[in-house]
Ligand binder design. Structure first.
Ligand SMILES: Nc1ncnc2c1ncn2[C@@H]1O[C@H](COP(=O)(O)OP(=O)(O)OP(=O)(O)O)[C@@H](O)[C@H]1O
Ligand SMILES: [Mg+2]
Length: 484
């Protein structure tokens, strides 16, 4: 007996706790001597375990507030890798694949990428859209594992504890209307994925590489890990055997229409003679729905629940995911749509925030670009209206600054101000030449002042779920202070 060294799970670095089960401990199963001694699990100090797991998730949360629950879900899935690494051979804790649902452009893909970076494990991301069943034109599902192998620089050991993100997972849902037709890109792909995500020995054939794997297992100085790869010889091809049982799979997708399936299911339960009568004002505040979903307000606190958070396996099956697949993804987590407040933060706060990018772009031509707070809110509001999440921000900013980018370089324009009325497209961006720096600053501050006095809370998040815009009275206030 001994610690299994060869099965470091994908989330080993996550270090949530030794069992990966949130410190609840596990009931010993199987052999009596194990039962008497309890599970042979090498434990880390409790506090440290939980802190480490939380810390990892907290880092991801910085991407945006709405990612909190999504991050926790993924943290849960990844935390179990620790169990796989530390538990003795008798007790094998398996990984829990994760499904992350959420509207488009809210940062699902970004969150998974960030997690993989933090965890420092090989990571590959594949789109599900080009996948087809083996033998048909398109990409084989094995390609996802192949990409992971490339990310691990063909180090099979490392790749076996990596993370594979299958993006746009909802696009391989089984269409409802295809009866009697072989579905090679939907159901066929899901079936092909079954074995891989559960754990199988997959043989990947690759062209012979120039660089051999960087880390060769100790004790075998010049030879590959046993069973890990072998040369078929002759044609310059190489077959690599990889075990996928400890690779963590994260599925992400917008699942458009799933919310309707969920609300229909919940609503159908509220009809009939014994049903509670509820108003149509909203799903979130309905205690009937909360209790139906197995949650109570005391558990969820003051947080409102969106429909996607109440997703159940039956809903995913109705959406077109085959039951065998649903059963293999035990952790489902969702990401909420971004509110106006959050969009303002996405616009300004990240290291490579869109606003900073444009400021830098103008700076290269010696032009100073400034947005007032009210203008930022207007941009966020327009992006929200587009329904494409944070992606809409770039479209809005691009539209606003398109002309300025063309007109200002190489001219006497030295400052550009975007006020709320510019952001509303009521007027063109305000240009100022070298000598007008003071006026530029004054106008900027006047609008900031007007904004702050109109809405003292301005600029601070209004709280979860509150996407209301502030009180916009800038034009009037500007007139009052002698501008505009
Ligand atoms: N919470 C966020 N914090 C910072 N940037 C974000 C956030 N959400 C989205 N973005 C920005 O929006 C872009 C799109 O996000 P991402 O690709 O993660 O969306 P998605 O949820 O995967 O959408 P889709 O379902 O359409 O694939 C990112 O590149 C990032 O710049
Ligand atoms: Mg995505």
């Amino acid at each position: 007996m001994g610690v299994r060294k060869d099965t470091a799970g994908a989330g080993a670095a996550m270090g949530r706790d030794a069992t990966g089960m949130g410190g609840t401990g596990l009931q010993p199963l199987g052999r009596p001597e194990l039962q008497s001694q309890g599970p042979r699990v090498r434990r880390m100090p409790e506090a440290a375990q939980v802190e480490m797991g939380k810390e990892k998730v907290d880092k991801v949360d910085r991407v945006g507030e709405q990612t909190e629950r999504g991050g926790k879900g993924m943290g849960r899935g990844m935390g179990q890798g620790k169990g796989i690494e530390d538990v003795e051979e008798e007790l094998v804790i398996e990984k829990s694949n994760v499904l992350c649902l959420g509207p488009t452009g809210v940062g699902k893909t970004l969150m998974v990428r960030t997690l993989a970076k933090i965890l420092d494990v090989p990571f590959s991301m594949s789109d599900c859209t080009p996948f087809t069943m083996a033998g048909y034109i398109g990409e084989d599902v094995d390609m996802a594992v192949h990409r992971l192998l490339i990310a691990a620089n063909y180090d099979v050991r490392k790749a076996e504890s990596g993370i594979i993100c299958l993006d746009e997972f909802d696009k391989i849902a089984k269409p409802k209307s295809m009866h009697g037709v072989k579905d090679i890109s939907g159901e066929g792909v899901q079936q092909a994925l079954l074995k891989i995500i559960e754990g199988t020995n997959l043989t990947i054939t690759t062209k012979e590489r120039k660089n051999p794997p960087s880390s060769i297992p100790p004790g075998l100085p010049n030879s590959p890990a046993p069973g890990s790869f072998n040369h078929t010889g002759g044609k310059g091809n190489e077959s690599i055997m990889i075990d996928t049982s400890n690779i963590l799979f994260i599925f992400t997708g917008a699942f458009i229409g799933l919310d309707k399936i969920i609300t229909d299911r919940l609503a159908s339960g509220s009809m009939g003679f014994n049903a509670h009568v509820r108003d149509s004002s909203g799903l979130s505040s309905d205690p009937t729905l909360l209790s139906k979903s197995g949650l109570s307000s005391s558990i969820t606190g003051a947080k409102k629940l969106g429909p996607l958070e109440l997703a159940e396996p039956a809903d995913l099956i109705s959406f077109g995911i085959i039951p065998e697949m649903v059963g293999r993804i035990p952790v489902t987590t969702s990401v909420e749509a971004l509110t106006e407040e959050m969009l303002v933060r996405v616009l300004t706060e990240p290291r490579n925030a869109i606003l900073r990018q444009y400021e830098q772009l103008f700076k290269l031509s010696g032009v100073e670009l400034k947005f007032t707070t009210a203008a930022l809110r207007e941009v966020a509001k327009s992006a929200l209206g587009m329904g494409t999440g944070a992606r809409g921000l770039r479209t809005v900013v691009e539209r606003l600054l398109g002309d300025a980018m063309f007109e200002s370089p190489g001219t006497s324009i030295k400052h550009i101000l975007i006020t709320s009325s510019v952001a509303k497209r009521l007027e063109a961006p305000l240009y100022f030449s070298r000598g007008q720096g003071f006026k530029f600053q004054e106008l900027y501050e006047a609008e900031e002042y007007a904004t702050n006095s109109a809405s003292p809370k301005f600029g601070k998040p209004n709280g979860p779920g509150d996407g209301t815009a502030g009180n916009y009275e800038e034009p009037q206030k500007l007139q009052a202070v002698g501008f505009a």
